[in-house]
Design a protein around this ligand. Structure first.
Ligand code: PEP
Length: 258
């Protein structure tokens, strides 16, 4: 039995233009009246378009409950950081959330736990809610290091955050070997890591904080595997990449969340 309201988040990565963002948002808004509820509350849905499509998406979502977020940000308030975008800029573009430490950013752009932690602090200070991505590689899993890697990433990424701040944070467990590969963690594999994460949060913070925080699963979630993953009481939603670019597929995942 679920106690936490699920969040289904769509990470569009570097796909589509503003016209496509508008079209996809309109398609989701038209489907949103049919989305399920838990204890009378409609499930949370958020989309994360590329930066330049945020204004078009914001306009299309303005009369809806769908939350807008960005895929990354810089930790500084402003300054000589060519090519970067600050939390305040994202807020003025209509964002309420931001994805931090996605494995593609860790692997392709050298992001570290320390950097993710700085960004998380800056996002929270500005009033943005971060989704912090955590996950092991295949080599790390196969050599039995999954829990150690997860613990290290949690410790580094959440360093210095207070219990109050953690209430505004969502964790996404994204095994690197499952992202964009079509290879999905089994419900048992995901559930085991989610329980490990919640246990770590309980030991580091407290039981209420651990029970309150949402831990999403991400990694090749599709309409046909969402229901079994999301039925697990330890899995509080999904961070969806490829399948979030198709309104019918994303809608089916949302409908499978409760
Ligand atoms: C992601 O981008 O966070 C992700 C999980 O991608 P995909 O669903 O395509 O594996």
């Amino acid at each position: 039995m679920k106690t936490r309201l699920p969040l289904i988040a769509g990470n569009w990565k570097m796909n589509g233009d503003s016209a496509r963002a508008r079209e996809l948002c309109n398609a989701l808004v038209s489907r949103s009246p049919h989305w399920p509820t838990l204890n009378g509350q409609k499930v949370d849905v958020a989309v994360f378009p590329p930066f330049v499509s945020l204004p078009a998406a914001h306009e299309a979502l303005k009369d809806s409950d769908i939350v807008l977020g960005a895929q990354n940000m810089h930790e500084a308030v402003s300054g000589a950081y060519t090519g970067e975008v600050s939390a305040a800029m994202l807020l003025t573009a209509g964002c309420q959330m931001v994805i931090l430490g996605h494995s593609e950013r860790r692997q392709l752009f050298g992001e570290t736990d320390l950097g993710v932690n700085r960004k998380a602090q800056a996002a929270l200070a500005a009033g943005l809610k971060p989704i912090i991505c955590i996950g092991e590689t295949l080599a790390e899993r196969e050599s039995g290091q999954t829990n150690a890697v997860i613990e290290g990433q949690l410790r580094g990424s959440l360093a210095g955050l207070t219990k109050e701040q953690l209430q505004k944070v969502t964790i996404a467990y994204e095994p690197v070997w499952a992202i964009g590969t079509g290879r999905v963690a089994t419900v048992e594999q995901a559930g085991e890591v989610h329980r490990f994460m919640r246990g770590w949060i309980e030991s580091r913070f407290d039981t209420d904080t651990a029970n309150g925080i949402r831990i999403l699963y991400g990694g090749s979630v599709k309409a046909d595997n969402a229901r079994s993953l999301l039925a697990n009481p330890d899995i509080d939603g999904a961070l969806v990449g490829g399948a979030s670019l198709n309104a019918d597929e994303f809608d089916a995942i949302i409908r499978a969340s409760v």
